[in-house]
Design a protein around this ligand. Structure first.
Ligand code: F0G
Length: 450
């Protein structure tokens, strides 16, 4: 079993501290800078070398060409973009489930109700385990295995654990997940169990699980696969690269991302900045981050001190995926907001539930945390930050079937038993199941009434 840190040996990729700028040959088990304890990121100095420079036209052409290939490495919508990723020594060593390759959907009804003319959803819930985590996990699991780790670990609100457990199983590694007891949807918990993870439900929240895990990885030779692992974010970048390819390399005006631990918004922003630097796109989309009101540490930090300092909070929201009060990647996210000119917004529980039903009514569907994007968009349009003639892409992060309890409770009217003031507006979106006698007449009558 390997107990050294992770090393980057291939290509021109290197690890750099986002705080002090130190360049490292290998990362410690906590993936933090040994000098200043800040997070690390992968950088590619080779992109600027004259003899190895990447030409945008060549990149676009080979990525398109690979769509026709049946090679294992090209079937992956992540490794198809391998020129912009840290690459292990051979395609045979990849841990992949043909992730990525996710659709972009138009949302015509949501566009109408929001008042924007061009509204799209990039549905990362259409990945193999039903969330965007898979795009990062293929890269991080590949490097964990390459380094000889037999165990991988994460703390999770559910999706990371589902994804990590699947990729560990595919890669012949064991996995251990720490999840907050009673705060993870059954859909996600059941995945971790089926994929064979040692699943520990801790009597704490996500932030508490993360604290425990940071200690565990120091004491045991396990590879940490949370999004502090910079390889995760490299894989998650490909959502944005693929999106821009789907948009024929014309950047939309706005991309809206849910914010939890803030890895995904950081990855999407990093991708956009790198694509701009390489000349793949000519302008940056504005990337905005939406949080739930009860789990809004980034929104507070931006409003209170311009993102200079983040005060951890006790988080609470029914969108359990983003119930996070001490997000690890907040500094990376602030950098993305500043570089792209995006903004932050927070949305209420009722706004989240209504937005989720509206996305569902467009035939798309998503899990609650993803719906903060539409709820946030409505506010940003009202504020005039997003203009009606601007194009907007919502990043839907999780599949509709991740949390059916939330959906059933919403439509039955059981989600907000105390919110009498919102009853009318909720009712408009609620489509409760109808219990009938088993007769043709009863069904016909129900149809007439509908
Ligand atoms: N949407 C979904 C469906 C998620 O599962 C998460 C995070 C987010 C959004 C937020 O993304 O953390 O990169 O800002 N889920 C993590 C987990 C934390 O453990 O599954 P983020």
């Amino acid at each position: 079993m390997q107990d050294a840190g992770t090393k980057l040996e291939q290509g021109s990729a290197q690890l750099r501290c986002i705080g002090c700028g130190s360049v490292l040959q290998s990362a410690g088990r906590n993936f933090r800078c040994p000098d200043c304890d800040d997070l690390l990121e992968v950088t590619y100095p080779g992109w600027k070398c004259a003899d190895t420079a990447l030409r945008p036209q060549d990149l676009k052409a080979s990525w398109t060409e690979r769509r026709k290939s049946s090679a294992y490495v090209d079937q992956s919508g992540v490794w198809r973009f391998r020129e912009l990723l840290p690459v292990p020594s051979g395609p045979a060593s990849l841990v992949s489930l043909s992730e990525g390759n996710t659709p972009v959907y138009e949302l015509p009804n949501c566009a109408r109700s929001t008042g924007v003319e061009a509204l799209f959803a990039k549905h990362q819930g259409m990945n193999p385990t039903g969330s965007f985590k898979d795009t990062g996990m293929t890269v991080a699991a590949t490097f964990a295995r390459l380094e000889g780790f037999r165990w991988v670990a994460c703390a999770s609100t559910g999706n990371t654990s589902a994804s990590m457990a699947a990729y560990a199983a595919r890669g012949g590694m064991r996995s251990v997940v720490l999840i907050p007891e009673g705060q993870v949807s059954w859909g996600k918990l059941s995945q971790a169990l089926d994929y064979g993870a040692v699943t520990c439900q801790l009597k704490t929240d996500f932030d508490g699980c993360m604290r425990v895990l940071n200690e565990v990885v120091q004491r045991m030779p396990v590879c940490l696969l949370n999004s502090v692992n910079p390889y995760r974010l490299e894989g998650q970048k490909t959502a944005a690269i693929e999106l821009l390819e789907q948009f024929n390399w014309e950047a939309p005006d706005h991309i809206i991302v849910p914010g939890g631990n803030l890895g995904n918004s950081s990855a999407i922003g990093k991708a956009c900045m790198e694509m701009k630097e390489l000349g793949l796109i000519s302008r940056l989309p504005k990337i905005s981050i939406i949080q739930a009101e009860g789990a809004n540490p980034l929104v507070r930090a931006m409003r209170e001190n311009g993102g200079k300092k983040l005060s951890p909070m006790r988080a609470d929201t029914m969108a359990t995926a983003i119930r996070i009060g001490n997000p690890a990647s907040w500094k990376k996210a602030v950098r993305v907001l500043e570089a792209t000119g995006g903004t932050v917004e927070q949305v209420s529980e009722v706004e989240i539930a209504l937005a989720k039903a509206e996305i569902g009514a467009d035939g798309v569907g998503c899990e609650p945390a993803s719906a903060v994007t539409l709820a946030g968009l409505k506010k940003l349009v009202k504020q005039g930050f997003i203009k009606r003639n601007e194009s907007v892409v919502l990043i839907l992060t999780g599949h509709m079937l991740k949390d059916p309890d939330f959906t059933i409770k919403f439509h039955r009217g059981d989600l907000f038993p105390d919110k009498k003031d919102d009853a009318a507006i909720l009712k408009e979106q609620q489509r409760a199941p109808i219990v009938l006698d088993a007769s043709v007449e009863a069904v016909l009558k129900a149809l007439e009434q509908a």
